[in-house]
Design a protein around this ligand. Sequence first.
Ligand SMILES: [Zn+2]
Length: 719
Amino acid sequence: MPAQNAQVLFPVHVDTPFDYEVPFDMVVKPGDFVFAPIGQHYKLGVVWNVGAAETDRELKPIAEKKPTQALPKAVLNFVSWTAKYNCASLGMALRMVLSARKALDPSPIVTHYSPISPINVKMTPARSRVIEFGGPFPERASVIAERAGVSTGVVRGFADAGGLIAQGLPVDQPYGEPDPNIAGLELSPGQLDAAASLIKSVQTGDFSVSLLDGVTGSGKTEVYFEAAAEALRQGGQVLILVPEIALTQAGMKRFKARFGAAPAPWHSALGEAERRRTWREVINGRAKLVVGARSALYLPFPNLRLIVVDEEHDTSYKQEEGVIYNARDMSVVRAKLSRASVVLASATPSLESLVNARTGRYAHVVLPERPGSVTLPEIDLIDLKDDPPERGDFISAPLIEATKNVLSRGEQAMLYLNRRGYAPLIICRACGEKLKSPDTDSWLVEHRETGRAVCHHTGFSMRMPKECPSCHAEGALTSVGPGVERVAEEASRHFPEARIEILSSDTSGGAEKIRERMQRMEQGEIDILVGTQMVVKGHNFPGLTFVGVVDGDLSLVGGDPRAGERTYQTLVQVAGRAGRADKPGSALIQTHQPDHEALQALAAGDRERFVSAELAMRDMLGLPPYGRLAGVIVSGPELGQVEALGRKFVGLAPRAKGVEILGPSEPPIGRLRGRFRRRILVQAETSIDLSAYMRSWRSKMKLPSKYKLHIDIDPQSFM
Ligand SMILES: [Zn+2]
């Protein structure tokens, strides 16, 4: 047998795999996990290619091959594709797949106990409880003890006495097999039609993308469950992506109810044991149904048949750190590589997806409104120029009046404001100083509930100071602008009798407290809920009939070309929380820009009007989906150097027709954690391969250490 060499890719910042010799007693193939020497160390890598040794160079041998299943070919291709498209390093793209390294080893073995029958050892009340409540067996001592309400000492003592038998079993058990044939909820004729069309796409066994487009309450989840059931029947694996915020216990329950087994979970808050369990079960092909946040797309599925991207317009699908990618767009690539189907579901689809559906690239599956379901409420605008709130207040007279009416009918109201804390700006009345986050161009936000001043960009926080840090005047610091805490305070002044609560992601007490508040809202124990973005996602409050949007303009400012689209999507989702068939809802939006197209279309209840106006504008300006964008951020410790590097980079841009370069300019956050930042925006015609253009451009630039250059293909954030 001739000597072989193999190229091994390491999950570090490298663009190419390295060459190694394959020892004679080892057989490797692409996708295998190996340890190989790099410098003084042995590192875990993945075999990228295998070939006959042709080099004269003395190659170091691969040291060890892991017995784990190899990464599937489609996953290797997906890693290459991800790196290329997003201008990221190949090694860092691989790193996203190697997200649970402990999963490469077999599950740890832990002692499990089960009763021996007949029992002929001395029984005590505690031992009886073990038998009665400790099961199902076999189980670990800690779990038995908890179920039975005894100490683990009791369980072990019982075993030592000979009443329980001990055996070593793997900790990581497979997930329950989902059953596609459990009957779901009864579907309406409209849902049945939509489900049939998705099922057909899955059955063809080829790549396809469908946009499942239906208003809130039209029953999209039940419809894509049918597509998932079909993929499971074919023995395939199904991945359902949901926004991180929706990965709650309550959200997971629906899957369990439909498929009889809890899905394998994947998200950032998952513990080490659950991570390695899900990862190992996925690569084994045994985890059939996975529900996860965006990073679940990089799990090593060998047999993927269907990807569902729920709330496909949601901004949380974009990863902004490390490898910058959009999971919605990458899911289409991933499915193509496995000849699988994709379902993009939304009540307010992104304009990109809508255009793809209209031009026939995606199948457009439109769900009609379900009779008797929630319908979009009557929406009216309040022009803040005509109806300004009282001085120092944020709720206008018409909004107070409407809330009063709702409360008098014994119904619930919600006030929406996408600003956490008490006030977005703290200013000194004596010297005019504004409290800034250290080394960062961002204002500190007052949180009165916790008595702290917090930076929402870096997470920095400090006790609210008593005196001005600049002029030391005491009691001169004052809060400017509204946050949810302040709006709640104002509401309790207008409605002293009402039960008012706040719901935001930083509600103290964490996820538990948030869940509890949502439950109390659902049960009608809260009259006015003051909330941020948190309230938007998938919760049904049956008694909620009125939504007041305190500041409908918040996201219309700044240089974000999708600002109008975002505002429209968010407000549709917020307003959609109010009312149902038997109790129609209404919504009022306070705004300084009542003429804005997004708000006008919202008030008219006319999505098409918004979509066509917005698309016409984007077409004229060459913005996505009629043009392509890439963002570049140059950052580093010295401002002058950052600016010079930005200009130098622009000077190196390859000449190309149909590419326009803007900047470098100062972004809204010009300094973050001590690093200065400058932004360059690249706008290109759709005919241009922007990823290739950016890669070739990037390769011309050498950066001094401590300076960084990030490329963001199709940027969603313009901070
Ligand atoms: Zn001052």
